[in-house]
Design a protein around this ligand. Structure first.
Ligand code: ADP
Length: 629
């Protein structure tokens, strides 16, 4: 009995005792090894006419003996190679694993087994499902075949054996079933079939297995067909990945079907992108913009990522490094030959190739979004309704570090067009002399449309963007401007544009100075200031914010889970300079200050209601109101 090399033994231990739930990846690993071995022989066959090029990988199962066999007719291994390759840790992929586990230290056992899936430590993963592994191998061009056997940690033996053709046959003696894992499932036709479909569909060589099919008996009459159960060999994989097919052979319908199958969606995507990219990294990709946000999209549970393939072999189910958060809704696959098959999570984060890949993918997504916005507006709007919030958070995140690349994807509802418009469209259509991008915030479009400040702005012919999402106003603050035009809330804007209007307002402010002071005193800390405004039409009064925090922002802060209500916008009560309430207030100021206070409370409470805020004290408000009535 020979001993495994130290590192190999550690990994082997890990595999044997693995609590890793995704044990099924062993099949992907073994099939991928078989495919590599065939690749090597295929290369030789280019110059050697004697090679049998009927390449294939055969899976066979024996339920009684509990064995699963994976056989290839590839290059095979000599005695020395069996020793070297299976007795020692393989340099290529497992090296990364070695490094990572060394860095993590001895104690990180649980972590290690979590790493298995991400590393895919090749051949040794067989020990996750088998307690004994036999490898029969005959190197192409050699006379002798050898058999490598191991029951795991104790070591392994190598001896001469008989084997017909060149290649490798791996026999797995499956572990006894446990509550956690029914290993015998791997002997079931459906399980094997679905695993191959899921992980190895695009392997270039046929993966065959014997299946049971019910078929019509030959010669049985049409009106009374008879069926019989037959066993036949079937190829389980499609061999050609859809993204490797020439573009002209791939219809939109195929892409949509592929999307629905792969990503378990019942709806067609809004857009399917098929691209072959050559540049600093070369890759094929299929990207999809889903039609609907998954139910958990805006929660912590949602995991973004693209399916990563290396030369047709799936390396990672969801590689999150390939997508920025704000494009996290994009689904798809990426296949590049420039990556190592056994790339690790640690390596992923620093890997230059992966970074270049991510950058290139982001560019592709951006350009497709732009195109969609210009050419397929209806679908873009649908997309924005589902995922716009993610893009908005992207603008806001990191103090606006990505705002330049994202601002053109933003859309807001326009008061004038009564539909979504982009900032560019808004600014391009601004009338001469308009200085600002006007917005108004509220919980819903209806509520915003009913805001008192809106009327005057509309009357003046200004287009107003409706900010309905909590993040919108924060966005305006982060963006500060678009194309040189600053954002301005209608509640802070002054729409008295003509000189006469301004003079008139000033005059009135002077005239009612004492009244306004009295009202401010009546309201105390509730407001920072009381002033006149010419911006209102029908309503007598409204609230404006007097500081950096707007009333909408106050609402957002206070709706956060651990809000204590301490963040408050400075509020300014604005009374309409044109409303007849003004003369009534003046009258009370001179005759009945008690009643004036009640009026003040009602005006203030009403202004709060218009902003979607409840009066601070409902009792005080209702009492004042009743007294007046
Ligand atoms: P990796 O595939 O990352 O190199 P493995 O542990 O899976 O690591 O395999 C170790 C080595 O064993 C491979 O590099 C290959 O040389 C050899 N090997 C594994 N499976 C086969 C096979 N089916 N046919 C020929 N060689 C194989």
């Amino acid at each position: 009995m020979k001993q495994f090399k130290t590192e190999s033994k550690r990994i082997l231990d890990l595999m044997i005792n693995s609590i890793y739930t995704n044990k099924e990846i062993f099949l992907r690993e073994l099939i991928s090894n078989a495919s590599d071995a065939i690749d090597k022989l295929r290369f030789i066959s280019l110059t050697d006419g004697k090679v049998n090029t009927d390449f294939k990988i055969v899976l066979s199962r024996d339920e009684e003996a509990r064995t699963l066999t994976i056989e290839d007719n590839g290059i095979g291994m000599t005695e020395e190679e069996l020793e070297k390759n299976l007795g020692t840790i393989a340099e290529s992929g497992t090296l990364a694993f070695k490094k990572a586990t060394a860095e993590k230290g001895e104690k990180a056992e649980g972590d290690e087994s979590r790493l298995i899936g991400q590393f895919g430590v090749g051949f040794y993963s067989a020990f996750m499902v088998a307690d004994k592994v036999e490898v029969y191998s005959k190197k192409y061009g050699e006379e002798k075949a050898f058999k490598w056997v191991s029951k795991g940690a104790e070591g392994y033996t190598v001896e001469e054996t008989e084997k017909a053709g060149n290649g490798t046959k791996i026999v797995l003696y499956l572990k006894p079933d446990t509550d956690d894992c029914k290993y015998s499932d791997f002997l079931k036709e459906y399980k094997l079939t679905s695993l191959v479909k899921e992980y190895s569909d695009y392997i270039r060589y046929p993966i065959e297995t014997e299946v049971t099919r019910s078929e019509r008996k030959e010669g049985s009459p049409d009106d009374k067909p008879e069926y019989e159960t037959v066993k036949k060999t079937e190829v389980l994989n499609s061999m050609v990945p859809i993204w490797k097919k020439p573009k002209k052979d791939v219809a939109d319908k195929d892409l949509n079907e592929f999307y629905k199958n792969q990503f378990h969606d019942y709806q067609d995507p809004l857009k399917s992108i098929y691209a072959k990219i050559e540049g600093s990294v070369t890759y094929d990709t299929l990207l999809f913009f889903p039609a609907r946000a998954p139910y958990d999209y805006y929660s912590k549970d949602y995991k973004k990522g693209l399916k990563l393939y290396c030369n047709g072999v799936m390396v990672m189910e969801k590689c999150e490094e390939l997508l920025p958060d704000y494009f996290g809704f994009v689904k798809g696959i990426v296949d590049s030959a420039d990556l190592s098959l056994n790339i690790s999570r640690e390596i992923l984060q620093q890997d230059r190739q992966v970074k270049a890949l991510a950058l290139s993918i982001e560019k592709k997504i951006s350009s497709e979004l732009k195109k969609m916005m210009d050419e397929d507006r209806e679908n873009y709007e649908k997309l924005f309704k589902e995922f716009g919030l993610a893009i908005k958070f992207g603008v806001y995140a990191g103090f606006g570090m990505n705002k330049d690349k994202l601002q053109d994807f933003l859309m807001f509802y326009s008061s004038k067009k009564e539909k979504l418009v982009s900032l560019k469209e808004y600014v391009d259509e601004m009338p001469e002399g308009q200085e600002f991008i006007y917005y108004a915030s509220g919980e819903s479009y209806d509520k915003i449309a009913a805001l008192p400040q809106i009327e005057k702005a509309k009357e003046k012919g200004y287009e107003i963007l409706y900010f309905k999402d909590g993040v919108d106003e924060f966005l305006a603050k982060i963006l500060t401007e678009y194309n040189g035009k600053k954002f301005k809330s209608v509640s802070e804007a002054d729409f008295t544009s003509s000189k006469e209007e301004q003079d008139e307002l000033k005059e009135k402010a002077e005239k009612y100075k004492d009244l306004l002071k009295e009202i401010k005193e009546d309201l105390g800390d509730k407001v920072k200031e009381v002033r006149l405004t010419a911006n209102l039409k029908t309503y007598p009064a409204c609230l404006a914010s007097g500081g950096d925090i707007s009333i909408e922002m106050e609402k957002v802060f206070n709706s956060m889970p651990n809000a204590d209500g301490s963040i408050k916008a400075d509020k300014v009560l604005e009374i309409s300079s044109e409303h007849r309430i003004l003369s009534r207030l003046e009258e009370l100021y001179n005759t009945d200050k008690d009643k004036l206070k009640k009026y003040a409370l009602v005006l203030y409470g009403g202004a709060r209601l218009l902003e979607g805020l409840a009066p601070e004290s409902a009792g005080e408000f209702v009492t004042a109101l009743t007294d007046i009535i």
